[in-house]
Ligand binder design. Structure first.
Ligand code: 6R9
Length: 661
């Protein structure tokens, strides 16, 4: 049975264990329903209450929601605050100040701890260093860092002085970095000499140099380099400084700069359905509010918790649930530099045991690969570790198939930990649809119900609700504080991408298909409805990969990229390629495929490498020259073509493309 089929017939229900309900911040479905009712009756009052209770304001807001220029919504717009002060300073003088904020485990297993008070000093000192480099409120700073305490420090330091950060995932290529430096108009890049992953030392600074050498980074003045390893790297005099040089003589005190609630805290680039990545712009107050509240609600965070989110700070999950949420919530969190399979596939279980992790949040793709490893080698099976500290498990990034859910529940959670399958996106800032650990009965493979205040629905093309049991498009009918505010520098694209006119222009369109169950009204995400793939929880635009392939101008004439289901990575990238030379076969085809894969890795990053590559003399096209992608999707899945091919100009091509390398 395929994953999708088994979800359709899923009828197992797991009510929250009594121990999870008792003492939960949202205890029982009645408590959840009461919050939903509060939001339903007085929408603005509900959000205003949360914003007053959960954030420290230097200037209180008087107006909650401004819809006068929809869909450019403003929240708490006349209020002022500082995000870093809300994560660090607010704990001063409380029992939190001397507890560990971060327990950092390096790739090689070395552990470093830092208390809230020490972290505040580090962030303040780095903020002063940024100021000394001429970085001002409103400036953009690119952060291209490994998973380290320093990565979090850099983000918090930007927030402290009101600079807008844009973190670029350390696995992205020089070209991707170059594009983001220019689009954001960054004044500084914060990076490291190298990063350590799976025992290997991988360059970062060299990639920054390569990106800058591509030219056009006219706004960029400074590069700050964290020396993660002892290996020297190229330093450009007058432009580059090590952290030690930049921090030298800087005070460990820095008054946080109050910013307007709507001030852009960060820009994070993500794939859309066209070739150019979208710079998703987030606010300060609304964003931070939801990062904090979802820590409390979804993860039921208590002062005694040890929270571990395995996401990299290069993704939105690493923003909301590493760099901001856990600190705003005042818990201890684990930050991990390495990979789940080094030195062996028991690494996660070993770390949970060692650090007594209580709330663990990871991605289905990691779970699936660890299941496979555990089935092949009993030594890395979670049963070999003491995971009794765990009380809540989380999943994010892609749909979790019920088989993986059941394994996670049984072997990691010991059948006692609720699993929160959190649906959300870069654009939503924080969780949208998710179970609550002390309230929601769980159904494997379903993200269940929207959080209070999130007016999610499933509609047809014109925005009309579809009945439960029928598939449609996932929308959010009312704005919410942590929503995307703009696409950096492209308000038209913001409107066009997310607020379709046909639906009235104010519904937020998530870009995912979904269906609600007939019995409980539970949401299940069925996958993207646009040309975006989800590979191992990472969003990739098919157009981005196509443009990377055709930019190999010597070799490639034309390329079309589609996705197909994959047991391990959720979806896999399949590229259909027409070369400028004759169609290769056999060993030669293999060689060219490798060349193309390496090129894509260089242009975008290794995560975008096509798994399947097929060569054709041409692509299936209509008489008007349009590529028929639905046919390519069937071929990629290895399905027989049942669609109407009468408009196809060159039907013979289908057989050729169906040939595997
Ligand atoms: C947080 C994050 C967003 C896309 C989203 C959807 C998929 C995320 C999911 C899920 C099913 C879940 N997605 N969580 N699908 N169940 N629990 O992943 O952000 O990288 O922007 O990806 O991921 O397709 O639209 P982002």
């Amino acid at each position: 049975m395929s994953a999708i089929e088994s979800v359709l017939v899923e009828n197992r229900v797991f009510p929250p264990p009594e121990a999870a309900v008792k003492g939960a911040r949202i205890s029982g479905m009645k408590a959840y329903e009461a919050l939903c009712a509060e939001a339903g009756q007085d929408f603005e009052g509900f959000w205003a209450r949360l914003a007053r209770e959960n954030l420290a304001w230097t200037k209180p807001f008087t107006r909650t929601l401004d819809e006068s220029n929809a869909p450019f919504y403003k929240w708490f717009a006349d209020g002022e605050l500082n995000a870093s002060a809300n994560c660090l300073d607010k704990h001063l003088g409380t029992p939190v100040e001397n507890k560990d904020a971060i327990v950092f485990e390096a790739d090689d297993g070395a552990v470093t701890r830092i208390t809230y008070k020490q972290l505040l000093a580090r962030v303040s000192q780095f903020a002063n260093a940024l100021k000394a480099q001429g970085v001002n409120k409103g400036d953009r700073v690119i952060i291209y860092m490994p998973m380290t305490i320093e990565g979090v420090v850099a983000m918090q330091a930007c927030a402290r002085i009101g600079a807008t950060h844009s973190v670029v995932f350390g696995g992205f290529s020089a070209k991707a970095l170059h594009e983001r430096i220019i689009d954001a108009g960054a004044v500084a890049v914060v990076t490291a000499n190298y990063q350590m992953r799976g025992g290997k030392e991988l360059p970062l600074k060299a990639i920054v140099d390569e990106a800058i050498a591509m030219g056009g980074c006219n706004t960029l003045k400074q590069v700050l380099v964290y020396m993660r390893t002892a290996t020297a790297c190229n330093m450009v005099a007058g432009r580059d400084q090590t952290f030690d040089e930049a921090l030298e003589g800087q005070s460990t005190e820095c008054v946080p700069v109050p910013v307007n609630a709507e001030h852009p805290l960060f820009i994070l680039y993500t794939s859309g359905s066209t070739g150019k990545p979208k710079g998703v712009q987030h606010s300060t107050a609304g964003y931070l509010l939801w990062a904090k509240v979802t820590m409390d609600w979804t993860f039921d965070i208590k002062p005694s918790d040890v929270f571990w989110c395995t996401a990299d700070i290069g993704w939105v999950t690493g923003h909301s649930y590493v760099a901001y949420g856990p600190l705003a919530a005042g818990c201890t969190q684990v930050v991990f530099e390495g990979v789940p399979t080094y030195p062996n596939a028991g690494r996660f279980w070993d770390m949970i045991q060692k650090h007594k992790v209580t709330v663990f949040y990871t991605a289905p793709t990691a779970i699936r690969s660890l299941i496979k490893a555990a089935e092949g080698d009993e030594k890395v099976h979670p049963a070999r570790y003491d995971l009794s500290s765990l009380r809540i498990l989380g999943s994010v990034g892609e749909p979790i198939n019920p088989e993986a859910w059941m394994w996670y529940h049984k072997h990691v959670g010991g059948e006692r930990c609720p699993i929160v399958d959190t649906f959300w996106q870069t654009e939503t800032g924080g969780h949208m649809i998710t179970p609550l650990p002390g309230a929601t009965p769980l159904v494997p493979g379903s993200c269940t119900l929207p959080l209070p205040g999130i007016m999610a629905a499933i509609v047809d093309e014109v925005g009309k609700d579809v009945p439960n049991g029928s598939g449609g498009m996932l929308v959010v009918k009312r704005p919410w504080p942590s929503m995307i505010r703009n696409i950096w520098g492209d308000p038209e694209r913001y409107k066009k991408s997310y607020f379709p006119e046909e639906m009235g222009g104010t519904y937020y369109l998530a870009g995912d298909g979904a269906v609600r169950s007939e019995d409980r009204g539970y949401f299940r995400i069925t996958g993207r409805i646009d040309d975006v793939l989800n590979v191992s929880g990472h969003r990739l635009g098919t157009m981005e990969i196509e443009s990377a392939l055709v930019s190999m101008t010597e070799l490639v004439a034309e390329a079309a990229v589609v996705g197909r289901p994959d047991d391990m990575t959720g979806e896999a990238v399949c590229a259909f390629v027409v070369l400028k030379r004759s169609r290769p076969t056999g060993e030669e085809a293999q060689k060219i495929a490798t060349q193309l894969r390496n090129w894509v890795a260089k242009e975008i990053g290794p995560i975008a490498k096509p798994k399947d590559i097929r060569f054709g003399d041409n692509l299936p096209k209509t008489r008007s020259g349009k590529i028929m992608r639905r046919l390519l999707r069937s071929i990629a899945r290895g399905e027989a073509i049942t669609q109407d091919t009468s408009t196809l100009e060159n039907p013979a091509i289908l057989e050729q493309l169906a040939e595997k390398l």
